[in-house]
Each structure stands twice: as structure tokens, then as C-alpha cells.
Design a protein. Sequence first.
Length: 271
Amino acid sequence: MQHPSWRLRLAVLLALASIFAVFGPAQMRERVCARYEHEMQDPVEDPPDALRKGDFSLGRLRYRSPLDGRRGRYFRWGIDANKGDRLFLGILSRLTRIDTEPIETIIDAGSDEMFDHPWLLAISAGDWVLSPSEADRLRKYFDRGGFLMVDDFHNDYEWSQFMTGIRQIYPDASAVELADEDAPFHSVFDMTKRVRVPGANVVHGSQIERGGVEPHWRAILDSKGRMIVAICFNMDVGDGWEFADDPQYPERYSSEAIRLGVNYTVYAMTH
């Protein structure tokens, strides 16, 4: 007769085997972006098809900031990550025929991997710090047709810091205000009447964050007039994505954020 401890061990092994059979190897492996999650504000579980390749990938730019990890918190590049990125990618896939990869790809500002990802997203770039080699790499990236969307930075000081980085890339660069009739607002949705997308922390109050009073839809253009940097200033489009499934965050702002993201994606892929 078997000792009771053997029966217990057998029961545990059978239970583990059944769990593995139900959830499969994809559920047992380490999450794709696990090594970056301590720098992220809102990391989530991988979807079952996390490793599936597609025609469009969202490259999340991982830059450096003097505010990274302050008081043991997430890093600046990781704000809204990676829940916001993944909710947006899922919605982009449903609203368009774009073959979208299910999860973001983390692109270090110091890596040549950016050249494999023509659409990048940088959140809270109002305090980014670029080394000379990173600025040179981004200049080559834009010269080869790359596109960057920046979001969630506020007030004149953060604008100045952001433009310091841009002028490391292109010394003569200047930003322009996009007009209602400009192509990025009509690539999929007509967005002539736009509204500010506020952060979740101010959405039920003033909607003004860190002194950024007026929302702006700005751009850096190349020599041919193509938008290469889409600038969401004094607003928080990323929160509109991240909290799209939160009943406490108003639907109108999530819808606005999604429409803007879809338009900028399709614009970048067609211009």
C-alpha cells in the first residue's frame, strides 16, 4: 500500500499537469516585457497571441529622465505603460484593417532597433534627456521616414525641455500648430471639432495638469511638409487609452483619444 505522502504528491502533480494543459505553455512563460515592468506605471498580463507578428507595431520609446524612479516610482518613459498601449492596439485592430501586433515593443533610445519600427510613441517627453548619439540616431530615424507621437507633457517649462531635445535632433526645428483642415485630422475620422483629452487625475476637475492651460495639437514637419512628430501638448491622450475600460473615466474623452491615435497611425502609414 502506498504511503499517504505519495498520494498527496501524485495529486499535486496531476493538478499541475491539468493546469498546464488548460493554460498552455504561453501562460506559463515569463511575460514578454517583464524586465521593464518595474519601470512601468501600469503593466498588465500578456494576451494569448502576444508574440504574433503583424504589419504594424507600436514602438514605445524608452528614454532617460532625471525624474526616473523618484521615490521608488515608475520611470517617466513608462507612464501609461503598458496597459494604455495594448488597449489602443486592440482597438486599432478592430477599427481598421491594419494587421496590428498585439503588444508594444520597447525601443531604447540608444538602440538601432528603432529603425525596424516606423511608428514610435513617447509619453511625458517634457523632461527627456537625449545623449548626442541618441539624438543622432533619432535624426537618422526621421530622415528614413520614421514617425513619433509625443503626449502628456504640460506647461512652458516642459515644452522648453522637450524642444531642447528636438533641437539636438534638428538644430533649426520649430513646431507648428496644426490647422483644422490638415491631413492628420482627416485620415480616418474627421476631427475638426477636437477637445482636450485630460488626465484621469484631473478629468473631473479643472482638466489642467501642471499648469498647462491651453491644449495644443502641434507638429514637427520635414522639408517636404510631412508631419514626423505629432505633439499632444497640455493633454493626456495616453490616459484616454489606458482608462477606456474604466467607467469612472468619461467615454467622450476615450473616444477622442482613440480617434486621434487612429488618425495619426494611418497618416504615418500613408504619407
